[in-house]
Design a protein around this ligand. Structure first.
Ligand code: PMP
Length: 397
């Protein structure tokens, strides 16, 4: 059974009053507050003061196609990608958004044919980020519609394929899977940062999405950015953001610019002197510790297992390192009919309630993933958020 260690009691996230006096572990959220300790250590270096008279206008830079992008943020985004080596920014427009969630919708809007009689299909390989189908079908605009698993998509028409790499929820590196010539790709690279995965080369795709929430941990600042090759696509994404929110909070952008600057500075300092720990070293160590803890706990169990990732050379860390995703794609074998209920009932672990894509069973990807009661193939997988595995919690699965 799951026994929280005595030392974890103070740090456990508790979301609901437990029915029977047992403690509840909420592993359902991808809230990256675990990086807080780094930002506390940094102190005032990352503080932003905005006088009341500053940032009042809607406009940031009317000479830029993305007129609401703060120039400081634009240059810090380009600088950080250069320092980390995880994306090409030359020849790209930067479009800032209220989180990458807004940019996701902006991208679908921009890439959908405006005069088509039928909405364009949007697909992603299972298991996919559970928000994709919800967001895609949210407004039912007739421009685009969710069409499910990319692996079984019949590709006679133009479609949009979402490629998330490293993937949420299983952490694997991915490329497109639909074998069609008319696909438009959107690369969600929220986790293509050195704390999660070895950086192999700068990503060089037509449309790439990044977010502050997963790179630095500042989910609440709600800043994401897209690197967009095609000017017309960028223009339409900008139009979407103009129509929905008339731009993006300047205050948030200025804070984001400062945070990114601190990270780039710390990486450059560490590279030259190795005196202090850079943000990416700190976050890499933290994730490594959590993965070690979880792997040890899982090893003791007879029914659970975790994916094994191959180490690879990371050009940023200049050494071989192992992928360590923000999620653990936990495999449950044996007689458990519903792994999610089992973990909740027997072990006090709460998982993501948007289960459609966070839940996988059997070996047939087409098989009814939302209906655990009908499990028949002997195994299921569920997603645990490493972000929420508090560092002192010993999870004896
Ligand atoms: N893409 C992926 C793959 C994610 O996991 C998340 C956050 N869970 C997002 C996008 C959304 O990021 P943001 O906080 O910037 O909206």
């Amino acid at each position: 059974c799951l026994q929280p260690s005595s030392s974890c009691a103070a740090t456990t996230t508790r979301t609901e009053p437990p029915d029977d006096g047992e403690r509840v572990f909420d592993l359902s959220r991808g809230d990256p507050t675990m990086y807080e300790a780094y930002w506390k250590k940094v102190g005032d270096e990352a503080t932003v003061v905005i006088p009341g008279s500053q940032s009042m206008s809607y406009f940031s830079d009317v000479t830029n196609i993305c007129w609401f992008l703060e120039p400081e943020l634009g240059s810090e985004v380009r600088r950080l990608h250069k320092v980390v080596g995880n994306a090409v920014t030359e020849g790209r427009h930067i479009v800032v958004g209220t989180g990458s969630s807004q940019l996701f919708l902006a991208a679908l809007y921009a890439l959908s044919p405006q005069d088509a009689h039928v909405p364009i299909s949007v697909v992603a390989q299972v298991p996919y980020y559970s928000v994709y189908p919800i967001l895609t079908d949210l407004l039912k605009p007739g421009l685009f519609k969710w069409a499910g698993d990319a692996q079984i998509f019949n590709k006679e028409r133009t479609y949009i394929e979402l490629v998330t790499s490293p993937n949420n929820p299983d952490g694997y590196t991915r490329g497109p899977v639909v074998n069609g010539s008319e696909g438009i790709l959107v690369h969600d690279l929220a986790y293509y940062w050195p704390q999660y995965t070895p950086i192999s080369s700068p990503a060089d795709h037509d449309l790439m999405l990044f977010t502050l929430s997963k790179s630095t941990g500042h989910g609440g600042t709600r800043i994401g950015w897209a690197l967009v090759k095609d000017q017309e696509v960028a223009r339409r994404m900008i139009k979407f953001i103009e129509l929905t929110t008339i731009g993006v909070s300047k205050d948030a952008q200025l804070r984001a610019a400062k945070i990114l600057r601190v990270i780039s500075d710390s990486s450059e300092r560490t590279a030259s002197s190795e005196q202090d720990e850079s943000f990416f070293e700190f976050s890499h160590h933290l994730l490594a510790k959590r993965w070690k803890l979880l792997r040890e706990a899982v090893e003791h169990s007879e029914i659970f297992s975790l994916p094994v990732f191959l180490p690879a050379f990371c050009t940023f860390r200049n050494r071989v390192s192992e992928p360590q995703p923000g999620f653990a794609w936990l495999k449950c074998e044996g007689d458990i009919e519903d792994c999610e209920s089992f973990l909740r009932g027997n072990k006090g672990i709460i998982l993501d309630s948007r289960r459609e894509a966070l839940f996988e069973q059997g070996s047939d990807p087409k098989y009814d993933k939302g209906s655990p009661a009908s499990a028949r193939a002997g195994w299921q997988r569920v997603s645990l958020k490493i972000f929420s595995v508090e560092k002192d919690i010993l999870v004896h699965l």
